[in-house]
Write a protein that binds this ligand. Sequence first.
Ligand SMILES: [Zn+2]
Length: 656
Amino acid sequence: MSPTPVKAPVSPLSTARLAVRPLGMDQVTVTGGFWADWQRRNREVTVPHALGWLERDGSVENLRRLDDGDTGAPHRGLWFSDSDVYKVLEAISWDQGRGSSDGLPAGVGDLIEVVRRAQEPGGYVNSFVQAGFDVRWDNLVKSHELYCMGHLIQAGVAYRRGTGRDELFDIARSAADCVVREFSGGRRKDTDGHPEIEMALVELYRQTGEAAYLQVAQQLVDVRGYGVLKASGHFGPVYYQDATPVREQTTVVGHAVRALYLLSGIVDIYLETGEHALLATALRQVESLTATKTYLNGAVGSRFDGEAFGEEYELPQDLVYGETCATIANIMLAWRLLLATGDGRHADTIERALYNLFSASTSVERTAFFYNNPAHRRSAHAPAPTQGRPQRAEAPGTRPAWFDCACCPPNIMRTVAALGAYVATHTDDGVQVHQYLPAAVDTAVASFAMETRYPLDGAVSVTVTETREETWTLSLRVPAWCRGAAVSVNGETVDVAANARGYLEITRDWRAGDVVELSLPMPMRFTVPHPSVDATRGCVAIERGPVVYCLEGVDQPEDVDLGRVELVVDAPIEESPRDVCGQVVPVATVEAVARDDAGWSRTGWAPLAQQPDTGSRRVRLTAIPYHLWANRGPSTMRIFVPVWGTQPGAGDEPPR
Ligand SMILES: [Zn+2]
């Protein structure tokens, strides 16, 4: 139980209520495959791309001119653009923590110096407020002052953990001390309209041992839910997470990112204080979220209006909002719940998010991004505007290169940079593997090498390289989608079933050189939605392992309209390898019926059993991994497809 924080975004104290303990990214090295490649591109391509955009869009200049005294110039971009700078600095810091780059990227030292010079002697820093566009601490419902400082604190903690250096950490701590002076001891009764600083303050507490940071985080949670933000207008208290005290909340409501950042901070506070009501509310809300408000691709937050969660089972496919940041926030929350409970369901949530929406949010070149993520696109057009804000498209019709509200790209970057921290955990009794990828894992209990092509196939090999003398347990997650998992040690089958938390446990006297082979069968499968989801009733999707598939227009016969197809689900799904955008992946070929609805003319409805005739013919359609869509120009796309035979008047046999 090391008192020193591990090199990871979440590093609870040794006294924390943990079922499993995190490992640092220096203890889990991603050694190859999809994620290592993304981490390399993240460092070599995405970081320079982002640094360029932060200069171009004025985010850095907003801070720089505070030092120049040039405060008469207009603030460029949104009033919380400082946070984008901090999140990119956090991504760079985790990158350094992997020990995989040659020192700080060019210009980063100067960028930190820009932040330092913008900061007031008392620690306050906010380029919008300091330039006179808002009154300090006077408009917390909208100002994002604590939100921005929270991202600064997270970046500072990441910088200390990742680089061992202090420049950005000292700035962050000074900002936190400013917040403590302003808020602690109930000096103020309000909080920020956008939760985020709660988890940042807890992490700074973990880094420093200074109780005041934890106390302010707790205070900011406790005051929320009583209308303290006095929110009025279109976005009311529900949007701002200020309508219901957190301990009484039963499901996620309002703005999705706000809700999930708040819950992440709440679980952080539980881990350090042990207040069970906080864990209980988080688990209660997440159960509702997972069962009734999560899309197959890992999207959360269905509504464009208010970037909000909808009602239970309100999951429209063509109108889904699905902000990338919301799914990342769900990963952050799931990771904290995994640490708190050791329950593999939370690792399942992370896996579904990572291999689907998260990966689809970024182009294969890793320089263009989705803010909102479609699950069904009816025509090959440019992305829907995000809250009416213009987007800058580099590849027209697919993903923009940057956004005026640029929250998502840096969030993606910091998650990829720190990905190793989400792979495995440890306890006094063993090591738990939650995500399967090529990696070297080094713990006090044992070290091992994991080799796999996952999720291209479900074979995972773990070779023990060093081990302690005493018996310990290797726990391997069996994903909820998997049937027929099997495991062997040194070629001998181990007869063991997954435990209640979803893990195969192997306990023995390990020797260096022992080889564990895990097999997770992943045939192509049809997936049906919950029958209460009107938008997808009568439809199926295609999945293989953790990967959700989609039909993209560009892969289909030229005369097929994806709006008029139905899948024949009693025919097998054929699987074959194909190069899609430079990645050789299994693609699915499925039998389907294409309809010609010319008989309907311009009629939108008809009496039952008197529907106009529709011509139909048998076709074969191709499905690719959803995360690769929108890399080949504008295209139609859908994940869920109606099943042939479920429509009234469909006939008895599909056409030949
Ligand atoms: Zn975002």
